[in-house]
Design a protein. Structure first.
Length: 404
């Protein structure tokens, strides 16, 4: 029997046993045994396939093509299901689109989902605003919302994670976290519970498992939270020749910038450094090794300890977003060293000037002493001449005889 209960409904089409059996509404098309069998007042529905929209009662503007497509739908509206068992369990969910065998099969009340591919969004029940394109994409999702998966098995293990984007086969395939973005086949495929990760490139971020806030571009990265990895940089030698190359820095807000900008155009309150550079005399250089998770080679390094520097020269310390000492501004230390060198150089020049003055004075004194010595020598010679003359003019001594 078809349209058995119809009393005043119009523009309905029923083809197949028990199609539109309870229908009283308008503009319904049912083709296939049991299609729209339970529909009573739902309007504008189309069911093509055995038992398609079988349970629908009041839902409107649904389209079901395929055996048991939208089978369990009762009041959900504006759904489109194309494929065997597509949106099979949907009851109240609305504005969903499922194309492919068992796509959105378990959805019950989730809204605004799009599934394109066999088993896409297969387990979704309450999750809304998800998009899945590809075989079993977002296949395990149950209540996660606002996810986008493009590629076979992309985000296939996600259950409750939200705001994830995966583009590429098996991208984020094991993830259950939130706010992850993976672009490329196998990108972030090992990540499980991490949040806020970004991977770009085939198999990018494949070494990230539980860490969060990792960025991996063109490289497998590492399971180290709040880190960034970019491939093909370390081996790309860029000699700093001439005036064009520059270094890149990053601040505690993650902003990249040129390191060596020093033009007056970017500065104000310019003052001589004076005694400010004397702070370097309180610094304590040390040797050390980074923890193995940061440096597996355990190479000995030389430098300063940021916490120690912060105690004596806080302006030389870079801090993380929590205000903790994180790095030392070694480029500033270089400028302070230069200032101290110039101060010592100025002292040396002053000492050289004084020594030169003293040498000039001493030379003058030596010259005067030579002159005085010559005068003394000349006077001594003159005195000797006088003595000689006096000896020559002295009268001879006469001896008187005692005998007359």
């Amino acid at each position: 029997y078809s349209l058995l209960s119809l009393t005043d409904g119009r523009f309905n089409t029923a083809i197949g046993a028990a199609t539109l059996l309870a229908n009283t509404a308008d503009e319904i098309t049912a083709c296939g045994a049991g299609a729209l069998l339970s529909n009573t007042t739902g309007e504008g529905n189309t069911a093509n396939g055995a038992f398609a929209l079988f349970s629908n009662t009041e839902g409107n503007f649904n389209t079901a093509v395929g055996d048991r497509a939208l089978f369990g739908n009762t009041t959900g509206s504006s759904n489109t299901a194309n494929g065997i068992h597509a949106l099979f369990y949907n009851t109240e969910g609305s504005s969903n689109t499922a194309i492919g065998e068992s796509a959105l099969l378990s959805n019950t009340t989730g809204d605004h989902n799009t599934a394109n591919g066999t088993g896409a969004l297969f387990s979704n029940t309450d999750g809304s605003d998800n998009t899945a394109n590809g075989h079993f994409a977002l296949g395990a999702n149950s209540t996660g919302a606002n996810n986008a998966a493009n590629g076979a098995s992309a985000l296939s293990s996600n259950t409750t994670g939200a705001q994830n984007t995966a583009s590429g086969a098996f991208a984020l395939s094991q993830s259950t976290g939130d706010n992850n973005t993976a672009v490329g086949a196998g990108a972030l495929q090992s990540s499980t519970t991490g949040n806020g990760n970004i991977a770009l490139g085939a198999s990018a971020g494949s070494d990230v498992t539980t860490a969060s806030n990792v960025i991996a571009i063109g490289t497998s990265g590492d399971d180290l939270g709040n880190s960034c990895f970019i491939g093909q940089i370390y081996t790309n030698v860029q000699p700093q020749v001439g005036t064009d190359p520059d270094l890149v820095t990053i601040n505690n807000r993650g902003r990249l910038g040129r390191a060596n900008v020093s033009s007056r155009r970017y500065k104000h309150d310019i003052q001589p450094m004076d005694k400010a550079s004397e702070a370097i005399y309180t610094l304590k250089p040390v040797s050390f090794r980074y923890h193995k998770k940061y440096d597996p080679t355990q190479t000995i390094a030389f430098g300063l300890i940021a916490e120690e520097v912060a105690e004596v020269a806080p302006h030389l310390v870079g801090r993380n977003p929590d205000g903790q000492p994180e790095s030392v501004r070694y480029e500033q230390v270089n400028a302070m060293l230069l200032n101290e060198f110039l101060k010592e150089h100025a002292k040396g020049e002053e000492q050289d000037r004084k020594i030169q003055e003293q040498e000039t004075t001493i030379a003058g004194l030596k010259s005067e002493m030579k002159t005085l010595a010559a005068i003394v020598h000349e006077q001594a010679a003159q005195l000797q001449n006088v003595r000689t003359q006096m000896e020559l003019t002295k009268p001879a001594v006469r001896i008187a005889s005692e005998n007359p």
